[in-house]
Design a protein around this ligand. Structure first.
Ligand code: INR
Length: 303
């Protein structure tokens, strides 16, 4: 790996660590992702190869972090390491929001930034979904930002997605539940709709500058969702009371979502409410979200 000069560690994904590094031949900054998945002496498992080609295919979108190359390093006794080399971006949405909250002059994100970022996120998610890929762990930390160009890109896709998203990552760091769809929390099967729930939570967070549903256990995460959106019923979500992890919950009435996102206009609240629909089958898709009137004041052709 003399091709890259390792700089500082920038991330800790569920499946490996990420380093900022410099491509020694070009001077270009990159993100090096070391893959901790077991690689046997049989070479790279076909499932890993499939995921790498999928990552390459997905990174055709401007709104998905670009995979530049894959480095396959043989180590001792027939074992191998796999390094994924990605383009480097300086900040993520979590840091971007935090930087706006810094004293002495904390500010909201400008509404046109929220609108533009949300459109780009939907575009990236639509690209994943049209290729049959679910992200399943969208959160502000996984959205990388090129501040100068005003571009936001989805990261942490792919490798390991054949498995379920673990509750703790391999360093035992707690995995955030805040963006997790209710059907996932209730033990139902996944669909593309899980990502749109996360996008809704991220949309609300860009407007509020605060996490929308801040839970610290799967059970309490559900209670926090139910308290705002009302406890789901068989009427709004057929089959919900038969899901594996359903319990008897207090019966809360839906609150007015607009109160949770002050300063968001009526079109924005309408789009948000469609992303936070309980029944995954009724939740808005990424493609349909891009056609919502909330984006009518945005020049869709510039994307
Ligand atoms: C930054 C990260 C900047 N850039 C965290 C980060 C803080 C500040 O994870 C990152 C990445 C980057 C990154 O520039 N390129 C990539 C992360 C990932 C892939 S992944 C590519 O897949 O999330 O680990």
């Amino acid at each position: 790996m003399e091709k890259y000069q390792k700089l500082e560690k920038i991330g800790q994904g569920a499946y490996g660590s990420v380093y900022k590094a410099r491509d020694t031949s070009t001077g270009q900054l990159v993100a090096l992702k070391k893959n901790h998945l077991p690689i046997s002496d049989q070479g790279i498992p076909p499932s890993t190869l499939r995921e790498v080609s999928l990552l390459q295919l997905l990174s055709n979108s401007l709104y998905i972090v670009r995979l530049l190359s894959v480095e396959h390093i043989p180590i001792h006794n027939g074992k191998h390491l796999l390094f994924l080399v990605f383009e480097y971006l300086d900040t993520d949405l979590k840091k971007f929001i935090d930087s706006h909250l810094q004293p002495p002059n904390p500010t909201l994100l400008p509404p046109n930034t929220v609108q533009s970022f949300l459109f780009q996120i939907c575009s990236g998610v639509a690209h994943c979904h049209s290729n049959g890929v679910l992200h399943r762990d969208l959160k502000p930390h996984n959205l990388l930002i090129d501040v100068e160009k005003g571009i936001i890109k989805i990261a942490d896709l792919g490798l390991g997605r054949a498995f379920s998203v673990p509750l703790k990552n391999y360093t035992h760091e707690v995995v955030t539940l805040c963006y997790r769809a209710p059907e996932v929390l209730l033990g139902a099967n996944y669909s593309t709709a899980v990502d749109m729930w996360s996008v809704g939570c991220i949309f609300a967070e860009m407007v509020r500058m605060k996490v929308l549903f801040l839970g610290d256990s799967e059970f309490r995460q559900l209670l926090i969702i139910f308290r705002l959106l009302g406890t789901p019923t068989e009427e709004v979500w057929p089959g919900v009371t038969s899901l594996p992890d359903w319990h008897a919950y207090p019966q809360w009435e839906p609150q007015d979502l607009a109160h949770a996102v002050p300063y968001l206009g009526a079109d924005g609240v309408d789009l948000l409410s469609k992303m936070l629909i309980y029944n995954p089958a009724d939740r808005i898709s990424a493609k349909d979200a891009m056609n919502h009137p909330y984006f009518d004041t945005l020049d869709r052709n510039q994307f």
